[in-house]
Design a protein around this ligand. Structure first.
Ligand code: URA
Length: 479
């Protein structure tokens, strides 16, 4: 008789882990289990007894934690199928992207990540005023996620709005922050959150002033931001009128003095939304980059990023060097060889991560026969910034690693001393960030002892990157 496992409503990661351990230990094959997702938790999986943790490849542990919040009721059955095969001799199956179960789970991971991204980008708080005179002001927001992402999405808001007191209400649960402690509560309805407050005039004004009528593409705007999010966003009320007046506003823009273009200064989600005809896949983006000419003449070709389109970690360097320019691939010269060695020592497989550069063309000074690297200016970095942000938006990595100052400048718009900022950092709102030195800095250190010490610290950084971003196929962690 098949075993029934009832898991609690939502993302029951602990329940799934406990059940999977117990079922594997008892030798229960996937075909003999009926997974009842989103039950009221009446039949807790403790009934199955306790079993020791399973040793699963890190990549599978990541799939489990990222696919469990998906709303597909089949998620647990698919995950257990994979866990079973991995624990019965097919350890490598996790890496076979064409395996139908792996492919479906990767799709779920991507959809969950996108849902979290949308919540971060489109949720808007409204003021509720203070609960009593003299008390701090409270805020509330309504959001409709597709998946059970509330717990995964909340740390971003805690970090960003730590000083405020707020509640986020969704049909799948609510979250509260009292300035000190985070708690979760029952679901709510849109009526629980007031519709508008004075703050909205500010949002709408900001949006109207940044709206670029020449780039209006209503179809793409809807594709990028489903209409269901529009009513949450005060600035969206301005959209129909702005679209209607777009053509006369374009005429006015042509007459007006030049301003900073969106291409140089993208405004996060708004810019992406308004980039009419922007590429929607990494291949399409890279094809355009390849066709674009260098800002400074001389480069043989554009060097685009390299690695899996669903990599969980993206490394951003400065610009291609001499060898990269000739071969058309990033990090294949001396700095790349050093990076490969450090990856090896940190347990990172190069083929698992995405490597790219802030600037896509080699800039150099010709000295005799040598082409000597010349640092890109802030203006050049800003010119390529749109491409880089688009790459990251399409890959949706878990972690973005800035290798050196130019990458930090490209990602944050700021010049930052690397030695002070080194380690986990906020580079962009939508992705966790990490700052470390550029490998060519290590190559340039004149003193051998200093070089060895700096290299060891760099490898330590990469180990932390691997821990945070899961950028490896090696190693095993308990599920
Ligand atoms: N340095 C970089 O920043 N990128 C490369 O691709 C090579 C060297």
């Amino acid at each position: 008789m098949p075993r029934q496992v009832d898991l609690a409503r939502g993302a029951d990661l602990d329940g799934f882990r406990r059940a999977a351990r117990a079922l594997v230990a008892a030798g229960v094959a996937p075909t003999d289990v009926v997974w009842n997702a989103d039950s009221e938790g009446l039949f807790a999986p403790e009934d199955l007894g306790d079993a020791p943790p399973l040793s699963l490849p890190r990549a599978l542990a990541t799939i489990v934690s990222e696919a469990v919040p998906h709303s597909d009721p089949e998620r647990y059955a698919l995950l257990y199928d994979l866990v079973w095969r991995v624990t019965h001799g097919a350890r490598e199956v996790v890496e076979i992207a064409s395996d139908p179960v792996v492919a479906r789970l990767h799709g779920m991971q991507k959809s969950v990540r996108r849902d979290i991204h949308k919540m971060h980008a489109y949720l808007r708080f409204r003021s509720l005023g203070p609960s009593a005179p003299g008390e701090p002001e409270r805020f509330a927001a309504w959001f409709e996620p597709d998946h059970w992402i509330l717990e995964a999405a909340i740390p971003f808001f805690v970090e960003r709005f730590r000083a405020m007191r707020w509640t986020i209400v969704t049909p799948k649960g609510s979250a509260h922050w009292d300035g000190d402690r985070q708690t979760f509560g029952p679901p709510g309805t849109r009526a629980d959150v007031p519709g508008s407050d004075g703050f909205e005039a500010g949002w709408t004004g900001y949006y109207e002033s940044t709206f670029n009528p020449a780039r209006t593409n209503p179809k793409l705007m809807r594709q990028h931001m489903a209409k269901k999010y529009w009513h949450n966003m005060p600035e969206a009320a301005a959209i129909p009128a702005l679209i209607r007046s777009a053509s006369s506003r374009v005429d006015a823009m042509v007459e007006a003095p030049p301003t900073m273009s969106l291409k140089r200064e993208p405004q996060g989600a708004l810019a992406a939304m308004m980039e009419g005809g922007a590429p929607e896949t990494l291949e399409a983006l890279n094809a355009i980059i390849r066709k674009s000419g260098p800002l400074v003449p001389g480069a043989t070709q554009a060097v685009v990023g390299e690695g899996p389109a669903n990599a969980s970690v993206v490394f951003v360097g400065e610009q291609p060097g001499d060898e990269e320019d000739l071969k058309g691939r990033p990090f294949v010269g001396p700095a790349g060889r050093l990076l490969d060695r450090a990856f090896g020592e940190a347990g990172i497989e190069r083929r698992d991560v995405y490597l790219t550069n802030a600037v896509k063309h080699f800039k150099f000074e010709q000295r005799g026969k040598r082409r000597v690297h010349s640092k890109p200016t802030a203006g050049e970095v800003s010119h390529y910034r749109w491409w880089l942000l688009k790459e990251l938006e399409l890959i949706e990595p878990k972690l973005v690693v800035a290798l050196g100052g130019t990458a930090v400048l490209a990602l944050t718009g700021k010049q930052v001393p690397i030695t002070r900022a080194r380690g986990p950092a906020t580079l962009l709102e939508d992705f966790a960030g990490y700052i470390t030195v550029h490998p060519s800095y290590l190559l340039r250190l004149p003193d051998e002892d200093a070089k060895a010490a700096a290299y060891a610290t760099f490898v330590d950084d990469l180990r932390r990157v691997r821990e945070i971003g899961g950028a490896t196929r090696r190693g095993a962690v308990p599920a």
